[in-house]
Design a protein around this ligand. Structure first.
Ligand code: NAD
Length: 505
């Protein structure tokens, strides 16, 4: 710890209570229960509030030596933390929950300012994070393991044990929720954790570190190393880190999965998405229109569960009209936040330009949207007449853009959907149970919705996609999460000599 300079200051509560621009403190590492500067790196990166395109804070970018220090701190804390009874570890989650509930407005405003999502969406994210913490509270009731007398006088038992030091790497679009997909299970499971948040949104987890400390988490059990690629690679390579959870783009998910696995670690790496909504003529007009719009515009389309392609089966123009009318009523800046960077804004606009050049019709055009000067704005956009050769049909856009592809049959819709290498979410809009069942049984997607455009499995159900949307086995949340962050110890015992011995006794 001597190589890092310790800072006595805390990550103070965020003062803003509205959208007006407000700065925040510099993001540093949280190691051994205190804020500290990088050991050697002097690199600084700006954290931008995308609503204004203005610097809200700086982040001090770490390197390999900082990962070494964080892992040393975690390793020193892990053994005694794991010796706490699971119920006591879960009690930290109970207290964290109460602190998150009582600070929800502050946490939501901070998240809204660093990420750009509107306040209501930021609050919904914190609420979802709280739900994940509540799952952590329930683990003592779930993790009892099993015991059975397998033959006369011989008992087999399964118990869950910690892995030791584990790590998580998270994306920009859910600064608080995604870390909380991992932390409750990993910490209640008895591990010490090293988090590398997205360098674009390092502020929310600073407050989380403070709240965990207030909740009674011992120093060193939770650590943050700020930074980018160098830190991620050092995490994958570090011999003392036993498991890595990653959430981000498919390109990086594949890299992290390969590198962490090559070092013998457990890895579960969730990647990008290209989600399809199938709409058939018997779909309920109001329900479908409202739901489709919420799915492609929510969080400015920057959700791995966002609708991206609407597969219009047969004559559904009345529904598509209702979608367009509803989406046109959205006020950018009030109902819809900015996207994350100027580069993201230009990339999204480039996709729309490209589709138009290739002959698609822009039936709702968000390219000229503007709300607050300097911000990265793009309004709701609907592109009709999209064909399979257009990039908007198969690439992840990650903006409030809906591509409509028209097909004659359900089978054609399913074929288009299944040609995508991704497999995160898929939704069917219909009033027919038979159609819903047929579609769900046929699509290559880990999370399916019936008349729901963002089919996120809520706790206790596990979150995770298929194919290029997830590398590694299982889901990141729910019981699978606990299984991922723990290992099973199998204990076989016999206490007395059995006279009727067989080879199994
Ligand atoms: P990203 O892949 O660019 O970054 C994710 C993390 O990886 C960040 O912490 C970043 O610092 C790090 N990173 C970036 N480039 C790296 C590199 N070359 N080597 C090592 N580490 C690197 O993703 P993002 O832009 O922050 O987030 C958006 C993406 O995340 C979208 O593709 C979205 O679909 C996906 N996502 C997926 C899920 C899911 O559950 N499947 C959830 C949220 C977001």
């Amino acid at each position: 710890m001597s190589a890092v300079s310790m800072m006595s200051d805390v990550a103070s509560p965020f003062a803003a209570t509205n959208d007006e621009f407000a700065p925040y403190s510099t993001a540093r590492h949280w190691i051994g229960g205190a804020w500290c500067n990088p050991a050697t790196s002097t690199a600084l990166q700006e954290v931008i509030n995308p609503r204004f395109g203005k610097v809200i804070a700086q982040v001090k970018m770490g390197g390999k030596d900082d990962v070494d220090l964080a892992v040393a701190s975690a390793a020193a804390a892990a053994r005694s933390w794991n010796a706490w009874p699971i119920r006591d570890r879960a009690h930290v989650m109970y207290r964290l929950r109460e602190l998150m509930v009582s600070n929800i407005d502050e946490l939501s405003w901070l998240l809204s300012h660093e990420n750009g999502k509107i306040y209501g969406e930021a609050k919904a994210e914190i609420e979802k994070g709280i739900e994940c913490v509540e799952y952590g509270c329930s683990l003592p009731n779930l993790a009892a393991g099993n015991q059975l007398e397998v033959s006369r006088g011989v008992a087999c038992e399964v118990a869950y044990d910690s892995l030791g030091v584990v790590a998580g790497i998270t994306p920009f679009n859910f600064p608080m929720m995604v870390p909380l997909w991992m932390l409750p299970q990993a910490l209640v499971g008895g591990n010490a954790f090293v988090l590398k948040p997205s360098e674009r949104v390092p502020l929310s987890t600073m407050r989380l570190a403070e709240l965990l400390k207030q909740a009674g988490l011992p120093a060193g059990v939770f650590n943050i190393v700020q930074g980018g690629r160098e830190v991620v690679e050092a995490i994958c390579d570090h011999p003392a880190i036993k498991a890595v959870g990653f959430v981000g783009s498919t390109k990086v998910a594949k890299l992290v999965y390969a590198r962490a696995s090559a070092h013998g670690k457990r890895a579960l790496c969730l990647g990008g998405a290209k989600n399809h909504l199938i709409v058939v003529p018997d779909a309920d007009l109001e329900l479908t229109a409202e739901n489709v719009v919420a799915s492609f515009t929510g969080c400015a389309g920057q959700r791995c569960m966002a609708a991206s392609v609407l597969l219009a089966v047969g004559e559904v123009d009345h529904i598509l009209d209702a979608v367009r009318v509803r989406a046109a009523k959205i006020t950018t800046g009030k109902d819809l936040g900015p996207v994350t960077t100027q580069a993201a804004r230009d990339r999204i606009a480039g996709y729309i330009d490209g589709a138009e050049r290739m002959g698609a019709r822009i039936v709702l055009d968000g390219r000229r949207a503007s709300a607050v000067a300097g911000g990265y704005w793009i309004g709701p956009t609907i592109i009709d007449g999209v064909t399979a050769d257009m990039p908007v049909a198969h690439e992840e856009i990650f903006g409030p853009v809906l591509s409509i592809m028209r097909v004659k049959t359900l089978e054609q819709a399913i074929d288009i959907e299944n040609a995508s290498p991704y497999g995160n979410a898929s939704s069917i809009y219909t009033s027919s149970g038979d159609i819903a069942r047929r579609v769900i049984a046929s699509v290559e997607a880990g999370m399916c919705g019936v008349n729901i455009g963002v089919p996120v499995p809520r706790e206790p159900f596990g979150f995770g996609g298929w194919n290029d949307s997830c590398f590694g086995a299982g889901n990141i949340t729910g019981w699978d999460g606990y299984r991922f962050w723990t290992r099973q110890r199998k204990i076989t015992s016999k206490w007395a000599l059995q006279r009727d011995q067989t080879w199994m006794s």
